[in-house]
Design a binder for this molecule. Structure first.
Ligand code: HEC
Ligand code: HEC
Length: 536
């Protein structure tokens, strides 16, 4: 590894582990050196091999959250004493020196973005079967280690939690032998330390995020939004952020806060947005031209939205980012807003969509009155403005053929009642679909039209739920699709005086002209998660 002089500012992650609350990024920059801190705080147990490599530290690579979890563990399991500023500086240094390249996290960002109710499909069956039993597969897939270091991690599991082999159905196999044998080899192969991506990323000059950005996104329960952000550099990998977000429903929010970039692309910001504290978990990508990710409420990460931003400084290439509304029915006349950067030239929405007049036109937004022919087929259209094109952004449809409730397997958690764990709501969305060219719904050519308003209701999922009156006790659903669970309990009014968990069925009823289209999903209202680390 190349010798670098490190004099970084503090970088405390705004994260909470089950056992140790991490510090909030302190804007008063105490210029602590992470490297010096590793030497003074860690090298007593982790022998220095070079000035940037200590045993165990230097044999794995992780996300900032992954490093924060381990450093937190060193404090409560091995007695390391760190102030929140020191912890932030150590995490910043380790994430910069031993991080993951953008493409190494691309498939598993949901786990760092804290996307609710994701059902995982492990890429490696042996790793999935052996390891994704107690925690997510994603936790593993956003780390890279030498085979030997993966094996040591298995030893840590058994050493720290001796009952591990008989937990989570572990008696179905000779867990320790398999985990230290074939699975450690597989881990070293699939998630090995040395990769071409990391070598290339280390050699690359990392982007400066400052500038003006044009953004679009979706907030389940509220809708699509577009806006702008101004990002200014305040120090080494540190920025101030000011944003405006305008929602499709006409409401507007502004946000202000600060950000730290780890590993040259891992953007972590804390902002005050519309009166609430929110966190952004974005990546600047391989070339720093985009910011992509999820943001969520600081104390309620089930509620948030997605965001995509591109640079909007002078001279950037033109691009079309979104169109609102994103779905228009055949035979309709409507007003469309096209959002992008450098927009200039003729608006072309393909055959059967006539642009009647332009109501507003700037480089960032075009508002047009359009008419969609009656006989146009349900289809996905590119939105073109001059030479810029947004692939498949506009959906045309004859009718909504069916609806799906997202997430497909939602989960909410009871909480509150003065207890330590707040309630975890579930934000549901009704997604409309149309049959594709083959005219048959449920086939590969179907067109996902987008989120639509729905009337939401809940029912008991099964006989047991009906007997326990789960609909009465587990919570209620708002017409934005937000399911709000009840207090934890125990509840003396309930049969068996049990808690307020329950098994429900949510149904979305969508009005499509004179037709009603319904979709349902099971909704599990379960107990609190008492240990909620940054990476589940
Ligand atoms: C008092 C001794 C001690 C100190 C000080 C210490 N560690 Fe550790 N560390 C251990 C032991 C023991 C293990 C192996 C067991 C485990 O993983 O908990 C370990 C394991 C690790 C691992 C591998 C964990 C994994 O996920 O497999 C990393 C990385 C690490 N330490 C980093 C650090 C850092 C960074 C510091 C300083 C902030 C530090 N340690 C300070 C004792 C220490
Ligand atoms: C029986 C439950 C169980 C199984 C099976 C299991 N783990 Fe873990 N794992 C844990 C617990 C408990 C922790 C530490 C507590 C926490 O932070 O959640 C942990 C922590 C981790 C961490 C984070 C370590 C750190 O320093 O923060 C990684 C990575 C990990 N496990 C990977 C694996 C891999 C790889 C396998 C398969 C070989 C595996 N786990 C199997 C329970 C399990």
């Amino acid at each position: 590894m190349k010798k670098k002089h490190m004099a970084r500012g503090t970088g405390a992650l705004v994260l909470v582990t089950g056992l140790a609350i991490s510090a909030i990024g302190n804007p008063a920059h105490a210029a602590l050196s992470g490297q010096a801190l590793v030497n003074s705080k860690c090298a007593t147990c982790h022998e220095a091999k070079t000035d940037q490599h200590w045993t165990r530290i230097g044999e794995s690579r992780r996300t900032p959250e992954g490093w924060d979890m381990t450093v937190a563990r060193m404090t409560f399991a091995h007695g390391v004493k760190l102030s929140s500023e020191e912890r932030g500086a150590v995490v910043k240094y380790l994430a910069d020196t031993y991080g993951l390249a953008p493409d190494e996290t691309a498939d598993h960002r949901y786990i760092i973005e804290r996307t609710p109710s994701v059902v995982e499909h492990p890429e490696s069956k042996p790793i999935g079967d052996t390891c994704a039993r107690c925690h997510s597969y994603g936790r593993i897939a956003v780390q890279r280690r030498t085979e030997d270091d993966w094996r040591k991690l298995v030893h840590f599991h058994v050493g720290q939690f001796p009952a591990i082999e008989i937990q989570a159905g572990g008696r179905d196999r000779n867990w320790f032998e398999i985990a230290t044998g074939d699975v450690a080899k597989e881990l070293g192969k699939v998630y090995g330390y040395d990769t071409a991506s990391w070598k290339q990323w280390q050699a690359q000059k990392h982007a400066d995020a400052s500038g003006v950005w044009r953004l679009v996104g979706n907030r389940p329960g509220v809708g699509a939004y577009e806006g702008k952000a101004t990002i200014a550099r305040t120090g080494d990998d540190r920025y101030s952020v000011a944003m405006v977000m305008r929602y499709e429903n006409g409401s507007e929010e502004s946000a202000k806060g600060s950000a730290i970039v780890y590993t040259g692309h891992e953007w972590r910001a804390t902002l005050k947005q519309g009166g609430r504290d929110i966190h952004q978990v974005f990546s600047l990508g391989a070339n720093g031209a985009e910011l992509n990710g999820r943001w969520f409420e600081a104390n309620n990460d089930a509620v948030g939205g997605t965001m995509r931003a591109v640079r909007a400084d002078k001279g950037v290439p033109a691009s079309v980012l979104s169109v609102q509304p994103a779905m228009v029915r055949a035979g309709m006349r409507t007003t469309l807003a096209i959002n992008g950067v450098g927009l200039n030239g003729e608006v072309n929405l393909g055959r059967g969509v006539k642009v009647i007049k332009l109501v507003e036109q700037s480089a960032e937004r075009i508002v047009a009155e359009v008419e969609v022919a009656k006989d146009v087929a349900s289809s996905s259209r590119d939105v073109q403005v001059g030479r810029a094109s947004g692939a498949g952004l506009l959906k045309l449809y004859k009718q909504i053929d069916y609806v799906k409730v997202l997430p497909q397997h939602p989960m909410a958690r009871v909480g509150g009642n003065g207890g330590s764990q707040p309630k975890v709501p579930a934000q549901l969305e009704a997604i409309a679909w149309a049959a594709g060219p083959d005219g048959k719904p449920g086939t590969a050519d179907d067109i996902r039209l987008g989120a639509v308003p729905a009337a939401w209701s809940v029912d008991n999922l099964n006989k047991m739920a009906a007997e326990m009156q789960d609909t009465k006790f587990a919570g209620r659903i708002e017409q934005t699709g937000l399911f709000v669970p009840n207090g934890a309990g125990p509840n003396a009014e309930r049969k068996y005086k049990t808690n307020n968990a329950g098994e429900l069925k949510v149904t979305a009823t969508v009005k499509d002209g004179s037709r009603m289209v319904k979709a349902s999903a099971p909704l599990i209202v379960t107990v609190q998660r008492f240990n909620d680390p940054p990476i589940r």
